[in-house]
Design a protein around this ligand. Structure first.
Ligand code: GDP
Length: 458
């Protein structure tokens, strides 16, 4: 059956050096033949070797639209496994749109977001976890997120999941065969072997789930809240980290009223940082909203940064904060180290039990030490992308949780001495849950929802 040919602008919609209009489908070569000519007018791109590049012009009837380079890639060794043609044109928005309009006029249709990658999935070049990795590579906010998505794109999640599924289906096959042919296949003490296999699979799934938290931090960034009493220097710190005057700094206590959310990168780690009103007891209504929010935010945060004004004595606000951060991942910044100290790093360290870095948000000192501390706190020894697989996708996480529940059920049935056919049912449901990750047994709605998240042209 012939597939329709889709086309889209694959590059961003701003004026740039070059833009790319991409086509995929059975008629891609036919269409390019109608609108491309080489300088000597002697070339048909449908007849050239695959994976070659050709200089020439795009024209619509008599009108030459642009001078271009055309990449001809014949299926199945292409992104979509179909014939793919890419037209590299001059990077103006008008000219690029005109080229897209021309390929549409000659028979292609506009691709939906993610439709190229969807075809790669439907045509079996990649599995669903790899397709999802493509979005993650594009949306990666930092280097760690990028390496993790690349690892997923290379099939690391797919392989891990496939291995477990192979083990599970092997056990199911054995049980079924033994039940069908008891004379020749001895089921005997297979339940012991099965128990060992299930435990082994559960251990791998547990490890993947453990990695999910780090995966989330990688992908979405570390939700960070800055706390400290009014005038401790929270806004000034935020400005230094952002490298610009974004938060409003004043020396009137309590001026940072709204919650600002900003993203910063430290050594490739993303902090989604929230600067809130100072935490303190207050009668001021607006301020109170801010304070309440700060407390709520701190409780939900992955990391709290407590800014202490080292030039003033600690007061009740500080003691309240110290109480609040007791069980939270937190670093303490002893600020205003350029002024005469009223409190030392050792004192605040023993009060809070947290790591303390001396900084001056005014002079910008101590910031490097702070950044190193953040890096160490989250990643040292924990994240290594060479061989580790990190689960970054919530859909994958819930499928693994389901598979785990089914395997736990198998264990339970073994311990309860249930008959063997009970094991198969739960083994099969674990098998199916895991299949969901790589795109087996998924319905069209899910596939469509996933690909809708893609940008145009991908
Ligand atoms: P916030 O209320 O915690 O957000 O505090 P701000 O960042 O608005 O700072 C309050 C005041 O302290 C401002 O006048 C800042 O210029 C000043 N300040 C902040 N950090 C330092 C510092 O490291 N040294 C000195 N000397 N002043 C600072």
């Amino acid at each position: 059956m012939k597939t329709d040919t889709i086309a889209a602008i694959a590059t961003g919609m701003t004026n740039a050096g070059i833009s790319i209009v991409r086509m995929s489908g059975d008629e891609a070569l036919e269409i390019i033949d109608k609108i491309y000519y080489s300088p000597k007018k002697n070339k048909k791109l449908s007849e050239v070797a695959s994976h070659t590049v050709h200089y020439g012009y795009i024209l619509d009837g008599e009108q030459t639209i642009d001078e271009v380079m055309v990449l001809v890639m014949k299926g199945p060794n292409t992104y979509t496994r179909e014939d793919v043609v890419e037209i590299d044109c001059h990077g103006g928005v008008v000219v690029t749109k005109k080229i897209l309009e021309t390929v549409i006029k000659y028979g292609a249709r506009v691709a939906e977001p993610g439709e190229f990658t969807k075809r790669a999935f439907v045509n079996g070049r990649i599995d669903l976890s790899q397709a999802e990795a493509v979005i993650d590579v594009i949306n990666a906010k930092n280097e760690y997120a990028l390496s993790s998505s690349m690892s997923q794109l290379k099939g690391n999640i797919l392989n891990r999941i496939k291995d477990i599924r192979d083990n599970v289906i092997h056990d199911v096959a054995f049980i079924e065969a033994a039940l069908d042919d008891p004379e020749h296949i001895e089921i005997g003490n297979f339940s012991e072997t099965l128990l060992m296999n299930v435990d082994c699979n559960l251990a791998i799934l547990d490890k993947l789930l453990e990695s999910a938290d780090n995966g989330r931090l990688l992908r979405e960034g570390i939700k960070t809240v800055i706390v400290g009493k009014p005038n401790a220097g929270k806004s000034s710190l935020m400005n230094i980290l952002l490298g610009e005057d974004r938060a409003i700094v004043t020396d009137i206590a309590g001026t940072t009223r709204d919650t600002l959310e900003e993203t910063i990168n430290i050594h490739g780690i993303t902090l989604n940082i929230v600067d809130t009103a100072g935490i303190r007891d207050t009668d001021d209504i607006i301020e109170e909203i801010g304070v309440k929010k700060a407390k709520e935010n701190a409780e939900k945060a992955d990391l709290v940064i407590y800014v202490v004004d080292g030039s003033r004595d600690l007061d009740q606000n500080d003691y309240d904060i110290i109480e609040m951060i007791k069980d939270i991942k937190c670093v303490v910044l002893l600020n205003k180290s350029d002024l005469k100290p009223k409190i030392t790093a050792e004192q605040i360290e023993s009060l809070t039990g947290k790591k303390v870095v001396k900084i001056s948000a005014l002079e910008g000192t101590g910031i490097e030490e702070f950044e190193t501390l953040i890096k160490d706190l989250f990643y040292e020894g924990k994240l290594n992308f060479n061989d580790e697989v990190y689960l970054t996708n919530i859909r994958h996480k819930s499928a693994i949780v389901e598979a785990k529940e089914s395997l736990e059920q198998v264990k339970q049935s073994i311990m309860d001495g249930m008959p063997e056919d009970f094991y198969s049912i739960d083994l099969m449901s674990a098998y199916n849950s895991l299949g969901y990750i790589i795109g087996e047994m998924v319905d069209d709605d899910l596939v469509n929802t996933i690909f809708k998240e893609f940008c145009m042209g991908k």
